[in-house]
Design a protein around this ligand. Sequence first.
Ligand code: PMP
Ligand code: GLN
Length: 382
Amino acid sequence: MITSKLPNVGITIFTQMSQLAASSGALNLSQGFPDFDAPQALCDAVGRHIANGHNQYSPMTGLPALRQQVAAKIARSYGVSVNADTEVTITPGATQAIFCAIQAVIHSGDEVIVFDPAYDSYEPSVALAGGRCVHVPLGGKDFAIDFQKLGEALSPRTRMIILNSPHNPSGALISRAELDQLAALIRDRDIYVISDEVYEHLVFDGVAHASVLAHEELYRRAFVVSSFGKTYHVTGWKTGYVVAPPALTEELRKVHQYVSFCGVTPLQYALADFMAEHPEHVEELPGFYQAKRDLFCDLLAPSRFSFTKVTGTYFQLLDYSQIRPDLNDVEMARWMTREHGVAAIPISVFYQNPLQEQRLVRLCFAKREETLRQAAEKLCAI
Ligand code: PMP
Ligand code: GLN
């Protein structure tokens, strides 16, 4: 008999829906990943570095050149200076960064606040550390933090709050004023923050991303996590990073060095080169994805789905209550995939207590124009 450490965990919704999309021959707008290529120069650089013998372990903390590029990008984007040696750690993906940050500071019996809906990796990572997630629902239609409910959820055992902005699956942003409010709320408490900012450069309509990196007070207690996968269209490279003050970084690295020791060497070389040669990539990203969002939303205007354009991420929520109110969102996502050839993600799976009346599915618009046109045509026919 195996006594499972994660008795409530099954196969993730991303695997389930991508498999169903493949077996149904549906367009896969479920799991979040681009169906277009990464920049050619970035891909070429990987081959070059492999040919040049960069195939052995990189430093545990990450390739110095890449950590420096991350620090330089942070300075350009947020006007703050972080130390590339003592505050930046390269990890095999943001998922691993989040896992290590949680293992580093969460003790048995600690409580961790997550906002519902929340990305699916947080809770199992907390459970493996012996902690317990306390779920605080985000408010209403705009998925904003409800500070009243957050305040009520705090207890002497609260050791961490996990933020995610831009937010998966809703696309909602946390504003600078909300960060101020959060800082005031936890000012005299011993609480860490993970700020999952993997979609930091996918923010639209001229809005500036309010990074915890630029919030001096919150940053002192924070692990800020990002992913090269999202920013450089290479989700399969599983390369990310975490930025934290030196004392927190030291604890994080104690875990990271035994979970994976280091990231993949030639990928780090390639990313460092590309970031040095193409700093404009990051600046062009909001416009690039905003055009995809606008195209997809314009094409869906005649459909029976209702929606408000997202302000961040590469996901668009669609309300289907005018179409099949009789189906819950898991049934709807499967029906759309099997019967209408477009795979989506139901968002109830990201909740502890799904809202019974909610009729929302998430679609990924990180796709070629042709894919978006084909998907929209199918969606408009429903
Ligand atoms: N956090 C969020 C909110 C995400 O959507 C993702 C994407 N899968 C991750 C973390 C993980 O990123 P990575 O693929 O770099 O592990
Ligand atoms: N972050 C991706 C999404 O939300 C999925 C990542 C995964 O499959 N684990 O779609």
